[in-house]
Design a protein around this ligand. Structure first.
Ligand SMILES: NC(=O)c1ccc[n+]([C@@H]2O[C@H](COP(=O)([O-])OP(=O)(O)OC[C@H]3O[C@@H](n4cnc5c(N)ncnc54)[C@H](OP(=O)(O)O)[C@@H]3O)[C@@H](O)[C@H]2O)c1
Length: 323
């Protein structure tokens, strides 16, 4: 459904909007006026924007905010530079770029045809990657980078990964190999080959007992663990005394044996251009591989939400804007 929202520039651009909290059916394509980039900002003509678990939370009310409706979901996009704000150097119109986007702001997130972002949230699209593929990298890649930086594990350390078949987990394996870690990752039976191909050294059975499965495989315990499956204290038994956990959702509070819990918030790397450019270089070198499950028109965003909510998606779901 397409409904007009806003003022005089009613047909200026399409956006996937959340006009009220609810199920996937509330998602509506609206036409909204774009804004000009301010100092230090660029505007991107979005070709592709991903659907992430956080979008489901924004839609369902799990991300309390004082922002007025409609919200625009989406935390990462790829497209071309459409306008350049004052004081921005080194960008050109039509340059292919990818960006991390913060939806909790009045102009909303990535799922709109023209999105304004800080120039520091932007990097060139990796050579050889399409817009759809490049859109899958910024937010989850930066999440893993942030997690690694918080844990600060040395090369040779053993890193556990839960939710390894997901976007964060998959990048954690590939980026962890680059850091020189030994990777112990979880999988259900049908994903074992995928997780091995991503580069895991050891694959264990996923589920509530994942901590003890990892501990059986690594008797001394892992040095760090990225809990992308959000299992909380279920993972603690995997860790050695004094180990470190990177939690991607609010941790449930308990820890033990001197294990440090790091709360990861990718928003802290939302203007880390150097980290985003580094991800792009890893991707261009084939060290990170794109995983796209399906693409959707903006009008079919509800279907993307239903699929993600149902679980079992392997690779990212991507909304494609045709200009
Ligand atoms: N803090 C931050 O800044 C930040 C940034 C990015 C992401 N995140 C969060 O990180 C998490 C992972 O994101 P993602 O994009 O990687 O999600 P994803 O692609 O959906 O992957 C999650 C993976 O975890 C698995 N899983 C879920 N629950 C599980 C359980 N109880 N036991 C074992 N495996 C389980 C899923 O398997 P099935 O598909 O089979 O269910 C899937 O393979 C999400 O909660 C997301 O919101 C946080």
């Amino acid at each position: 459904m397409t409904v007009p929202v806003g003022g005089a520039n009613i047909s200026d651009m399409k956006a996937v909007t959340i006009p009220r909290l609810g199920g996937p059916e509330v998602l509506t394509v609206a036409e909204l006026p774009p804004r000009e980039p301010g100092p230090g900002e660029v505007r991107i003509r979005v070709r592709a924007a991903t659907v992430n678990p956080t979008d489901l939370g924004l839609r369902a009310g799990g991300r309390p905010t004082a922002l007025p409706f409609p919200y625009i979901p989406g935390m990462e996009a790829a497209g071309t530079i459409d306008a350049i704000g004052p004081g921005v150097a080194g960008r050109r119109i039509d340059e292919p770029v990818m960006a991390i986007v913060l939806p909790m702001r009045p102009e909303g997130g990535a799922q709109q045809e023209l999105v304004v972002v800080p120039n520091d949230a932007v990097a060139p699209i990796p050579d050889g990657w399409s817009y759809v593929e490049a859109a899958t990298l910024p937010m989850n890649g930066l999440t893993v980078r942030r997690a690694f930086d918080l844990m600060g594990l040395p090369p040779g350390a053993i890193l556990g990964v839960t939710g390894a078949a997901g976007a964060v987990g998959g990048y954690a394996i590939q980026m962890g190999k680059e850091e020189g870690y030994r990777l112990v990752a979880d999988a259900r039976m049908e994903d074992v080959q995928l997780i091995q191909e991503l580069g895991a050294d050891v694959v264990v059975e996923r589920g509530p007992a994942v901590g003890s499965h990892i501990r059986s495989a690594v008797s001394e315990g892992v040095d760090g663990l990225l809990d992308a499956a959000v299992q909380g204290s279920e993972v603690l038994s995997a860790l050695r005394d004094g180990g470190q956990v990177a939690a991607v959702r609010l941790w449930n509070g308990r820890t033990e044996r001197g294990i440090t819990i790091h709360q990861v918030a990718v928003t802290q790397y939302a203007a880390n251009r150097r980290a985003l450019e580094d991800l792009g270089r890893l991707a261009a070198a084939g060290r990170i591989t794109p995983r796209v499950a399906a693409t959707f028109a903006p009008e079919d965003a509800a279907e993307a939400h239903r699929r993600l909510e149902a679980g079992g998606v392997r690779g990212r779901l991507v909304i494609v804007f045709s200009h």
